[in-house]
Design a binder for this molecule. Structure first.
Ligand code: NOJ
Length: 722
């Protein structure tokens, strides 16, 4: 392909340009050469906007002078024309940006946003105006398309041409794009430029959900995803002709007959101008800890739109939940009904006693018999909402509401205000929403939940909930894209093959490896409601299915899997069988000052260390796959000062002085470390309950060695000695 970088296409040049041609070519060449290129703040990553002879648009990326993304196309196909070529560049603008912002909750308190920006303004031969905004960070790059206000008022997008032509062999962790609710096992696939072209244009099962996490042949890591998904379909990705390409989730037209879904040249998005697409971004790092630490996605989202966020509180919760999945309780009313007033009171008193902030109740409302007409404001007769809401107040233990829609988003949306008013009046501050149905019914009929219509629905839910001071834990969601920065009441989401599969999946439950993949894939896209904390592994319903983990692995998940709403999913009586281990769940926080991946390998193991927000205490968690593993953890991170933001946006530390003094021998901060670890003979299959709890004093100069059993893990609490 011939690439010309700096000139408009022949079709578009007007007469004046022709007259000035010779003189201008050299001026344009030199003046545009710098302006179509933008580098990262540290200068190592360079992105170049480029054009082809026919006015096609694209970009290239290099790091340390090596091209890592070769010319990759940008643009769209619309119902009436191709916006992939025929463009003339009409201007560029550059900007530098550096700021630090404070999160309402998160894996760290402060996030730094340092990037350089290039805005390329384009005019299409049809007269259509389109800008592309590029941002280059030290750890990756992003771009989005902007359609300014202009004569044309609407666009019907049939395809997005965005591609990523990586120059080296790679393998990608991914799940197929039609995986129901994203609840699949992530697999490693070849993503090499050398892969043969596919037959035809139609995405197949080779098409992948976004995000994908990439391991490059040279040891570098990548993460491809989108940010700030708004009024647009979620992206999916597929490999063709050596490039990773975009497949937007289509609109569906009823009636749908499963395999007869038309997926070629169908409508993907209806867009009203002016419009900005979601950001497309790629994280590129040399190490896995840097990949996990990237905050490009959050930085690309808009700042918080909720003025008073004091009601949005991270917390742990328990729930009348696991009982239904292991079939000792039912959602619907009957002899084994889970959500009864009596049972809820028992859970709430247990939560109070053990410092757990809230209790979820599923099956409290009418409609579970047929899943057709859920009523979100009418409890079953054996649920006394008034009494329980008063009890919640007096105990200081919240009720987490549950709104399962059975995929009927349209009906739910119709009554949103009334539903949230009812919950708010009953003191409910968090609602778990659910959309169990492979294709949901939106106001536009049957649709993919991650199509444009579904995306609009989820946004409406978040915005409406915010009006009633309600936070959302969204099950069967569209893949998260960092919206929690703008709406921190979107606290957690499922979109994962979670713990419940280990109760009823006929494939025996998720393999040990599964949990060691998630921190590098799904959880990179945002907080996950995985529901860790199973303490009883025997399964009387499907004896061949079970949680593939030791009890210590379950504890490790509380640190390795991030969610500001963290559910301890098992029954109170199961927790009391191992009350000493349950102490870790009581103590572990779910809101952090800073977070570090200490060590890890995708699909093998990981060890995270996190500092509790607002204190000097640290928590470490480790999990492994079916292999036993010994990890070595130097505690040097205890010296990391809390990153504190000064008014001019620079980092400083109020603890730096303490630590400098301590280095000079005056006072070394000492911590009481409590280690919860697998016993020597522990094994997820044979001895999952074998563990030891040890206590000792440590400083930042110490190194801890922990052995994790097959399917095992560990957890550690480090409390600073006053
Ligand atoms: C699926 C959700 O993931 C699960 O947590 C919930 O219990 C059921 N739907 C019922 O709503």
């Amino acid at each position: 392909m011939r690439i010309k970088q700096y000139l408009c296409s022949g079709n578009q040049r007007n007469i004046m340009k022709k007259i000035l041609f010779i003189g201008l070519v050299s001026i344009l060449f030199f003046s545009c050469q710098s302006s179509t290129e933008v580098s990262s703040p540290d200068g190592t990553l360079i992105l170049r906007f480029a054009q082809t002879e026919d006015g096609g648009i694209g970009y290239r990326v290099s790091r340390d002078n090596n091209e890592i993304i070769a010319f990759s196309p940008l643009g769209f196909l619309t119902e009436d024309q191709s916006l992939g070529n025929g463009f003339c560049m009409v201007g560029t603008k550059k900007k530098k940006h550096s700021s630090v912002w404070e999160t309402v909750w998160g894996e760290e308190r402060f996030i730094e946003d340092r990037h350089n920006e290039l805005l390329v303004s384009l005019r299409h031969e049809s007269g259509m105006l389109m800008d592309i905004e590029f941002r280059v960070f030290d750890d990756g790059f992003a771009f989005r398309y902007l359609f300014p206000e202009q004569e044309k008022k609407t666009l019907t997008i049939t395809d997005e041409l965005t591609a990523y032509r990586f120059t080296q062999d790679a393998e990608a962790w991914s799940i197929p794009w039609r995986t129901e609710y994203y609840e699949g096992l992530w697999q490693k696939r070849n993503l090499s430029p050398a892969l043969p072209s596919r037959e035809g244009d139609e995405p197949t099962q080779d098409t992948l959900c976004s995000p994908v996490t990439i391991e490059f042949a040279d040891g570098m890591y990548g993460f491809v995803h989108e940010a700030a998904l708004t009024d647009y379909p979620a992206q999916n990705l597929y490999v063709r002709e050596g490039a990773l390409r975009t497949y937007l989730t289509p609109w569906l037209r009823e009636p749908i007959k499963n395999e007869e879904l038309k997926i070629k040249n169908e409508v993907k998005a209806y867009v009203e101008l002016p419009f900005a697409t979601p950001w497309r971004f790629v994280v590129l790092t040399k190490t896995l800890p840097e990949l996990v630490a990237s905050r490009i996605m959050l930085n690309l989202n808009e700042p918080c739109k909720i003025e008073d966020t004091s009601w949005i509180r991270p917390m742990k919760f328990m729930g009348i939940w696991w009982g239904m999945h292991i079939k000792t309780m039912t959602w619907e009313q009957g002899p084994n009904h889970g959500a009864t007033t009596e049972n809820m009171e028992r859970y709430m008193r247990f939560a109070k006693e053990h410092g757990i902030g809230a209790v979820l109740a599923e099956g409290w409302n009418k409609g579970w018999e047929d899943w057709k007409h859920f009523d979100f404001t009418t409890p079953y007769d054996d649920w006394d909402m008034e009494y329980l809401s008063r009890l919640a107040d007096s105990l200081g233990v919240q009720i987490v509401g549950h709104n399962e829609t059975g995929g009927n988003a349209a009906d739910y949306e119709k009554d949103l205000d009334a539903i949230y008013r009812y919950h708010e009046a009953n003191g409910i501050r968090v609602i778990k929403t659910g959309y169990v149905a492979p294709i949901i019914r939106t106001v536009d009929g049957l649709q993919w939940n991650k199509g444009q219509s579904g995306v609009r629905h989820y946004r409406k839910v978040i915005e409406t909930a915010a009006k009633y001071h309600i936070a959302i834990d969204n099950h069967e969601p569209v893949m998260p894209t960092g919206l929690q920065r703008t709406y921190p009441n979107l606290m957690s989401q499922e979109g994962v093959r979670g713990q419940e599969w280990n109760a009823w999946s006929t494939d025996g439950g998720s393999p040990c490896e599964h949990v060691t993949v998630l921190p590098f894939t799904r959880i990179m896209a945002g907080p996950v409601d995985y529901t860790p904390g199973v303490f009883r592994f025997e399964n009387s319903i499907i004896p061949t299915t079970r949680v593939h983990s030791t009890l210590m692995n379950q504890l490790g998940l509380f640190v390795c899997f991030y969610s500001p709403l963290q559910m301890a999913c098992d029954l109170p009586e199961h927790y009391m069988e191992h009350a000493d281990a349950f102490r870790f769940i009581e103590n572990v926080p779910c809101d952090w000052e800073q977070s570090i991946l200490v060590d890890g390998k995708i699909g093998d193991f990981c060890v995270f260390a996190r500092q509790e927000r607002g204190t000097d205490n640290w928590y470490i968690g480790g999990i492994t796959d079916e292999e036993t593993r010994e990890v070595t953890i130097p505690l040097t991170f205890l010296n990391n000062p809390s990153p504190i933001c000064s008014t001019d946006g620079h980092r400083q530390s109020d603890r730096a002085e303490l630590f400098t003094r301590s280095r000079e021998g005056e006072k070394v901060p000492r911590y009481t470390a409590t280690l919860y670890r697998d016993a020597e003979d522990a094994d997820w299959e044979t001895r999952p309950y074998a563990y030891n709890i040890e206590e000792r004093e440590v400083t930042a100069d110490d190194t801890i060695r922990v052995r994790m059993a097959p399917g095992g893990g560990f957890a550690m609490e480090l409390k600073i000695n006053q």
